[in-house]
Design a protein around this ligand. Structure first.
Ligand SMILES: Cc1ncc(COP(=O)(O)O)c(C=O)c1O
Length: 371
C-alpha cells in the first residue's frame, strides 16, 4: 500500500463474506447471507414511520433516548437475568459499532484479544484497527470454547476475551457451566469479556442463552435488534457495562457516531417492548430449516457438529475452495470457512436464512454436485 494511507489499514482486508457475495451476479441461491430473510414485523415498521411523521428526525442524546435505554435495561432483567441501569447502556449503530467501541476502549497497541477461531469476521480486523493482536482460541469438537483452551492462550498481554454464543459461523451454544468457567478464568486474569449476544433468541432444542454478565462485572455485553427482529438495515444495537467502561466508550461513540438513528431508536423501542410472538415465529421457522439442513447434509454424507443456535451450519469440506467453486458454478453461494479464521479452513458456512423452498432446491442441486 502507498504511503498515502495509514499502515493500520494495510493490516486488514475486505471480509471474505462480502467477497463471496460480490462475486455473484444473476440468479443465485444465496446460502451466504448473515441476516434473517423475514420482513421486519409490521408494528415495528409502523413505529419507524410514526417517528418520521411526527418529526422525530433530529439528533438524540448521545447514549440513546431514555425510554429505549429503560426498555433495554428491563430486557436485560427479563431475558438475561442481570441488572443494568439505563445509565449503563449505550445505544449504538448496530452491534458492529458496539463491538468497535468496546474494543477501542480497552485495547492498546500490542494488547492481545482472545477470540473464537473460527469466529465472526469482525473481531480480528477491529482488534487490528485498535493496534491490538488477535489471538484465536481453538474450539472444541462441537465448536464451543473451553476454559482450558482460553487459559492456554492467556498471557500478560491479554486484555480482552470475546465470547459469541450462539455463534457465527458455527451455530454453537455455550452452556451455563461453561460461561461461568469462562467468566471465572477472565476474572482471575483481569481480562475484560466482550460478549456478543446478537443471536441470543435464535436458539433451539430447549437450550437457554446465558450471559457472562450474570457471573462477572468485567463484561461488556453487546447486542442488537438486527437478528432478533429482522431489522439489520435499521442499524440499531446496544451495549451494557459498568459505569467506568460506559464513560470511556461514550467518548468514542460521541465522536464517531454522535447517536444512533432517531427513527431506528423508536423502531427498536417498539420491537423490545411490543409483542414477542414474532420472535418465536421466526425461531420456529429457523428451527424447521435447521432440522431439514441437518438431515439433508447428513444424507449427503457431510460431517458437521449439529448447530444449536443462530442460522448457520458449518460442515467440513475436503477442499473448501473447490467446494465453494463447484457450488458457485451451479449457482449456489456458500461462504468459505477460512473467512472466519485459520481454523475455519476446509469448512463452509451454509446459512439457512433463506426460504424453505430455496433451501430445498439449493440442497437438491448440492446433492448432485457433491456426488
Ligand atoms: C456474531 C455477530 N455479531 C455482530 C454482528 C453485527 O450485527 P449488526 O448488524 O447489529 O451490526 C453480526 C452480523 O452478522 C454477527 O453475526
Amino acid at each position: 500500500m502507498t504511503k498515502k494511507f495509514a499502515s493500520r489499514i494495510g493490516t486488514i482486508e475486505i471480509s471474505g463474506i462480502r467477497k463471496a457475495f460480490e462475486a455473484s451476479s444473476g440468479e443465485f441461491f444465496n446460502l451466504g447471507l448473515g441476516e434473517p430473510d423475514f420482513d421486519t414485523p409490521e408494528h415495528i415498521k409502523i413505529a419507524a414511520m410514526q417517528a418520521i411523521d411526527s418529526g422525530f428526525t433530529s439528533y438524540t442524546v448521545n447514549k440513546g433516548i431514555e425510554e429505549l435505554r429503560e426498555a433495554i435495561s428491563a430486557k436485560f432483567n427479563r431475558d438475561n437475568n442481570f441488572s443494568v441501569s439505563p445509565e449503563e447502556i449505550i445505544v449504538t449503530s448496530g452491534a458492529s459499532e458496539a463491538l468497535h467501541i468496546a474494543i477501542l476502549s480497552v485495547v492498546e497497541k500490542g494488547d492481545e484479544v482472545l477470540m473464537p477461531d473460527p469466529g465472526f469476521v469482525s473481531y480480528s480486523p477491529l482488534t487490528k484497527l485498535a493496534e491490538g493482536k488477535p489471538v484465536g482460541v481453538p474450539l472444541s469438537e462441537d465448536f464451543t470454547m473451553s476454559a482450558e483452551a482460553v487459559k492456554e492462550k492467556i498471557t500478560n498481554k491479554t486484555k480482552a476475551l470475546i465470547i459469541n454464543s450462539p455463534a457465527n459461523p458455527t451455530g454453537a451454544v455455550e452452556s451455563e457451566e461453561n460461561i461461568k468457567a469462562l467468566a471465572d478464568i477472565a476474572n482471575d486474569h483481569h481480562v475484560t469479556i466482550i460478549s456478543d449476544e446478537v443471536y441470543e433468541h435464535l436458539i433451539y432444542d430447549g437450550l437457554k442463552h446465558v450471559s457472562p454478565a450474570r457471573f462477572s462485572d468485567e463484561v461488556i455485553t453487546v447486542n442488537a435488534v438486527s437478528k432478533t427482529y429482522a431489522m439489520t438495515g435499521f442499524r440499531l444495537g446496544y451495549l451494557a457495562a459498568r459505569d467506568e467502561y460506559v464513560e470511556q466508550m461514550l467518548k468514542i461513540h460521541q465522536y464517531i457516531q454522535a447517536c444512533a438513528s432517531s427513527i431506528s431508536q423508536k423502531a427498536a423501542l417498539a420491537a423490545i417492548t411490543g409483542p414477542q410472538e414474532c420472535v418465536s415465529e421466526m425461531r420456529s421457522e429457523f428451527k424447521r430449516r435447521r432440522d431439514f439442513a441437518v438431515e439433508t447434509l447428513r444424507n449427503m454424507g457431510m460431517e458437521f457438529s449439529v448447530p444449536k443456535g443462530a442460522f448457520y451450519i458449518f460442515p467440513r469440506a475436503k477442499d473448501e475452495k473447490e467446494f465453494v467453486e463447484t457450488l458457485r458454478k451451479r449457482k449456489i453461494i456458500v461462504t468459505p470457512g477460512s473467512a472466519f479464521g485459520s481454523r475455519g479452513k476446509n469448512h463452509v458456512r451454509i446459512s439457512y436464512a433463506t426460504s424453505f423452498e430455496n433451501l430445498k432446491r439449493a440442497f437438491e442441486i448440492m446433492k448432485e454436485a457433491v456426488r
